[in-house]
Design a binder for this molecule. Structure first.
Ligand code: ADP
Ligand code: MG
Length: 620
């Protein structure tokens, strides 16, 4: 017992465990998804490590197995989930399962304790990396036995166990009293709570795997089952029994013995129990299948499971194949998430992990394509790219320089735009929804991505004095005969309706001109950047010197009136100039106002206050 190491959970963890256990109770099914996801990660880590360190894996099949063990004689039922992945040393178990490295802890606590509804949302577990703790939703006691992968320094690693119960604030690690039952990897034993025995039912387990994990694991998941099989007497002793697969459960031995005994009696055909492993995720991965045979529900489930976005549905997807040249083809599945990452506009952090999973022949290679792999406007995209041939053991640096990555990037950007363009053409109502999430993203892309700007601008929609929504193309089609400018007024943060009432719009509106009403700070930046659309320059209606396209019609009349006005109002102008000295540059008679008596406008050459603000921010 001297070798048992007792540890206290950090205080945050103790609180966290209570919250997870108590408040996520109604979503306790998620525990299985989380444990499978950890097993999958461990297998992926082993495979990736083996690319540079051959000692860790001899190439034997990697898999995840699930066993149920019925309780007997007062013991509780157990659910055992095993992987032959990278495994953990006892120190790693204490660190990874007993502490939370994630910075999200405090944030999670605040959110979970602050708002009771959010805690009933099972998505939080995945979102905050609390996967392992969800075990305690269904288990009173959890044992984690693990053997880390072999290394040169540690050629014969021992099996250790981590154990913790749902009501202590302690956990322990110690050499496994059973010795080394695992070749390599991790076995999680959940001693189920008396009210969680439904997880011993195979149909429940199969249902949960189908719901949450069938798409997300690239390794086979097997459920241990015993089925009855009829055999003739002679062949009884010949039944191949794989030692590793035979359960050591005393009950099973008893059953087998019973059968053998009855075998010695007179009949020839006998029923015996045979170990069987049901392959729960036998379907080929979704992206390899023919899109004609895939339902929307399957696409959505795959999206949620693969990208762990359980909050929002995907808005749209694009399932396609392509060619990287020299005969290398790829299949890809790209998703438009239902919402942008929370920190998309404000985030200062940059991460090298993209939402792009690069695979070769169905095997995950990397998501680490460098922080600038995609332009910011497209950085939210989720995609799987599966090439049929790429050098597998390239280093990260070579990967980033590889020309196929540039090709893939161009394909992704093209497909994102294509997906949005198709919605705009075919599903106007849905496109209105798309605008709410991605409207500003299109503007950002049109400014930052010179290559794709021309294709992104047509996706942008503006409110005008004449209609709720127009594209620049529609504006140009709708313009009046002789109109030589695209008119706009801009005031970030104001409402469209107040802009519509602005004095600058009045005169244009009265003359039947359409005026873009811009309320997004990016609008003006984009218009300054584009300068014209379809050869027609943008004109800020709030700038002095505004000319209408039809001015030649009443040019002469106008000149006479202006001369009259100048004389008539000259003394008033002089008086006003004196009153407002140092505040305005000039006071002039305007031709633009219809109902308002006066307006303060920006100088023709200068930026508006709005653009000045953005310019000074981006120059930092
Ligand atoms: P996350 O998976 O988000 O990191 P978890 O609570 O699910 O958070 O797991 C915590 C850590 O414990 C993992 O990051 C990993 O290091 C370790 N771990 C969990 N399960 C396994 C496993 N089956 N094999 C190896 N390591 C594991
Ligand atoms: Mg996890």
């Amino acid at each position: 017992e001297a070798s048992v190491e007792k540890h206290h959970y950090q205080s945050d963890i103790a609180r966290l465990r209570k919250i997870v256990i108590n408040s996520l109770y109604s979503h306790r099914d998620v525990f299985l998804r989380e444990l499978i996801s950890n097993a999958n990660d461990a297998l992926e880590k082993l495979r990736l490590t083996s690319l540079t360190n051959k000692d860790v894996w001899d190439g034997t099949p990697l898999n995840i197995t699930i066993r149920t063990v019925n309780g007997e004689d007062g013991t509780s039922g157990r659910l055992v989930i095993t992987d032959n992945g990278i495994g953990m040393t006892p120190e790693e178990m204490a660190r990874n399962l007993g502490t939370l490295a994630k910075s999200g802890t405090a944030e999670f606590l605040a959110q979970a304790e602050g708002s009771p509804e959010s805690t009933t949302n099972g998505h939080l577990i995945g979102a905050f990396g609390l996967g392992f703790y969800s075990s305690f939703l269904v288990a009173d006691q959890v044992y984690v036995a693990s053997v880390p992968a072999k290394t040169l320094e540690n050629p014969n690693p021992q099996q250790y166990t981590f154990s913790s119960s749902s009501d202590d604030n302690d956990f322990a690690t110690y050499p496994d009293p059973r010795g080394k039952t695992l070749e390599r990897g991790t076995e999680i034993t959940l001693v189920l709570k008396p009210d969680a025995l439904e997880y011993l039912e195979h149909h429940t387990v199969i249902e949960l795997i189908n719901k949450h994990s069938v798409f997300s694991s690239s390794f086979p998941i097997y459920l241990f089952q015993q089925r009855e099989e009829e055999v003739s007497e002679e062949s009884v002793t010949d039944i191949p029994v794989d030692n590793e697969r035979v359960t050591e459960n005393a009950e099973d031995e008893a059953v087998i013995e019973e059968v053998e005994e009855s075998q010695t009696k007179e009949t020839k055909k006998k029923t015996i129990l045979v170990d069987d492993w049901a392959h729960l995720n036998a379907q080929p991965p979704l992206w390899t299948r023919d899109s004609k045979n895939i339902t929307s529900i399957e696409y959505q489930l795959f999206y949620q499971a693969t990208f762990r976005d359980f909050k929002a549905q995907s808005l749209a997807w694009n399932h396609f194949s392509g060619d990287l040249g020299s005969g290398v083809s790829f299949r890809a599945l790209l998703y438009i998430p239902g919402k942008l990452p929370d920190d998309f506009w404000h985030g200062s952090q940059t991460t090298s992990t993209t939402g792009i999973r690069l695979m070769v022949k169905r095997t995950f290679i990397t998501s680490d394509l460098g922080e600038d792999y995609l332009p910011k406007w497209a950085s939210w995209v989720k995609a799987i790219i599966d090439a049929d041939d790429l050098p597998l053991n390239v280093s990260r640096e070579t990967l980033q320089n590889a020309s196929f990555l540039r090709q893939i990037k161009q394909a992704i950007l093209k497909r994102i735009i294509q997906t949005f363009t198709k919605i705009a053409e075919d599903e106007p109502d849905k496109f209105a929804e798309v605008q709410k999430v991605y409207g500003t993203v299109f503007k950002l892309g049109a400014v930052e991505d010179a290559k794709n700007s021309d294709k992104l601008v047509p996706l942008i929609r503006y409110a005008t004095n004449q209609r709720n929504s127009t594209s620049l193309d529609e504006y140009v089609e709708n313009k009046k005969a002789g109109q030589k400018q695209i008119f706009y007024v801009s005031d970030a943060g104001k409402s469209v309706s107040s802009l519509a009432k602005s004095v600058f719009v009045e005169k244009l509106h009265a003359r039947g001109y359409e005026v873009l009403l811009l309320t997004d700070p990016l609008d003006e930046v984009l218009l300054h950047h584009l300068r014209k659309w379809k050869g027609i320059p943008f004109q800020d209606a709030a700038k002095v010197g505004l000319l209408f396209g039809d001015e030649e019609i009443d040019l002469e009349e106008e000149r006479i009136r202006q001369a009259e006005n100048k004389e008539k109002f000259g003394p008033l102008l002089n008086w006003l100039k004196k009153q407002a000295e140092g505040i305005v540059r000039d006071v002039i008679i305007s031709d633009r106002l219809v109902t308002s008596p006066c307006a303060v406008v920006a100088d023709a050459g200068g930026y508006t206050a709005n653009v000045q603000r953005i310019m000074s921010a981006t120059n930092k």
